[in-house]
Write a protein that binds this ligand. Structure first.
Ligand SMILES: Nc1ncnc2c1ncn2[C@@H]1O[C@H](COP(=O)(O)OP(=O)(O)OP(=O)(O)O)[C@@H](O)[C@H]1O
Ligand SMILES: [Mg+2]
Length: 271
């Protein structure tokens, strides 16, 4: 599978198991192989509990696979992935810092002088549409605005890879779409490799170059990988209305549906 130019992220038959109490293990993900090329936008979709966050954590270097490998730009990942910026579902802002200080902190920690860090943070807050909100604390911002700060916080460090775990999950449908468009605009300008986890198949198709589907756990596998050839630049409000979008959605949902039902069934038995 490798061979050409090294992928930004490559998982090779990665199996992830967790040790449970009593010495048992739970295999969350089994033999997952996935490549994200440099500059490519890949979405992972699967039912709850299937192992999406687990895969992202492997790519981030936070989890080590029990078998198989993770490689970043061709080099085996050993420890944290320093080429990646991670955007979590929950806000990761410091509540006692203003928006601008939250964005500047990553540069300051790595030794950038404070005045320069603040100037660049101001620039990024303007880029995400928050130029006049720089002195607000997180509790003085809406959920969508906090996500914008979070995006600026990650992008200011200029990571080559963006790992995003349902970053817009808690937002209302309209704000999600606005954030999706903002993300696409920034991505088309800065072209990072993106690994984007979502429950929402529509969001995945609207944003990504490829949509990868995982089966219900345990021992979840990657069971499908679709290329999204919808034209870019995309407006994710508009793209959802097109015939090609619907055709692809129907095709992928045909596979995903079964896994979602299976996951609900398991939840029902466990309850
Ligand atoms: N530290 C852990 N110890 C034991 N089991 C774990 C641990 N972390 C995750 N799991 C289990 O591994 C499976 C995959 O979890 P993961 O968080 O990756 O799912 P997910 O696909 O991200 O789900 P969701 O869509 O709900 O966020 C789940 O069954 C979960 O209970
Ligand atoms: Mg998750």
């Amino acid at each position: 599978m490798s061979g050409q130019t090294a992928a930004a992220v490559e998982l090779r038959e990665a199996t992830v198991a967790f040790r449970l109490t009593g010495g048992r293990t739970y295999t969350a993900v089994e033999q997952a192989s996935l490549e994200v090329a440099d500059g490519e936008f890949v979405a992972i979709v699967g039912p709850t509990g299937c192992g999406k966050s687990t895969l992202l954590n492997v790519a981030a270097g936070l989890l080590r696979p029990a078998a198989g490998q993770a490689a970043i730009f061709g080099a085996a990942l050993d420890g944290l992935n320093h080429d990646a910026g991670y955007l979590f579902q929950a806000d990761a802002l410091f509540p006692w810092k203003t928006a601008i200080d939250n964005v500047a902190i990553g540069l300051e920690i790595s030794g950038t002088p404070r005045t320069e860090a603040l100037t660049r943070a101001q620039g990024w807050l303007e880029t995400v549409g928050l130029g006049s909100f720089t002195q607000r604390y997180p509790h003085m911002l809406s959920g969508g605005q906090r996500k914008r700060v979070g995006l600026a916080q990650v992008l200011i460090r200029d990571p080559k890879i963006l790992l995003m775990d349902e970053p817009f999950g808690p937002l209302d449908a309209q704000t999600r779409q606005i954030m999706g468009n903002l993300l696409l605009e920034l991505w088309s300008k800065h072209r990072k490799a993106v690994l984007f986890v979502t429950h929402d198949l529509e969001e995945a198709i609207a944003l990504a170059d490829r949509v990868v589907i995982m089966s219900a756990g345990p021992s979840s596998r990657i069971i499908g990988d679709w290329r999204v050839t919808l034209p870019r630049p995309r407006d994710i409000f508009e793209i959802r209305l097109t015939h090609d979008f619907h055709a692809l959605h129907r095709e992928i949902w045909g596979v995903l549906r079964e896994q979602v039902m299976k996951a609900y069934g398991q939840g029902g038995q466990a309850a």
